[in-house]
Design a protein around this ligand. Sequence first.
Ligand SMILES: [Zn+2]
Length: 247
Amino acid sequence: MNNPADYLSRHARPATGKEEQEAKETEEYISLAEIVHSSQQDDCLQLVKQAISTGNWKSIISPEVARTEEARQQLKSLYHVKDELAITEDGCILRGARLVIPSRLTQQAVDLAHCSHQGMVKTKSHLRAKVWFPSLDVMVENTVQNCPACQTVSAPDRPAPIITEDIPLYPWHRASADFGQMLVVMDDHSRYPEVEIVSSTGAGETIAKLEKIMATHGLIRELITDPLSMDKYGPMICIRRTQNTER
Ligand SMILES: [Zn+2]
């Protein structure tokens, strides 16, 4: 539960108010800022929060409440799991132990879970381990079905691409990174992901987060990312480009 990248665990931990924890909690809270902020901006999640608080769910499924068909579907999905929903202190929504991702960040979340190109089942399970949102399955299916690397992994008659066979011997010797509103760095040995919410994609903040991850796990010898990130952040963080460049 003390893993610094495990934002959901941190989130689920009740605030102790202990002085010694204060600095840490503040930092952790800031790292959640994007999800907190986006949840506040998300019309559907705000309606659902209201329904959780008041216990009045009828308005959620009334036809006039949703402005778009997409919102209507989203509310319907949330309504179906209403007994599992709760509100966190930060104003985010949990489904069981999983954080409900506001729609503005869902594609980002899918992209992060998909960054190691493990195919449909594993991409879904990576994502479902920590988060949930109504269109999770459909979004992963669309992403993976349009990804040549994942198709190769899934095809039974074809050999898996080198990238999946080539598992490093030790944890954190090699990691794969994906950059965006969330920075995900996944250990290629264990597939353990570190997720950091960043307020900007500027090199300064990104490098600070990478340093934090390396302070926890040790020096990453080789960091694999896509050419776009390589161009942006340069040799400071990128040692090798990925072979699969689907973007
Ligand atoms: Zn893929």
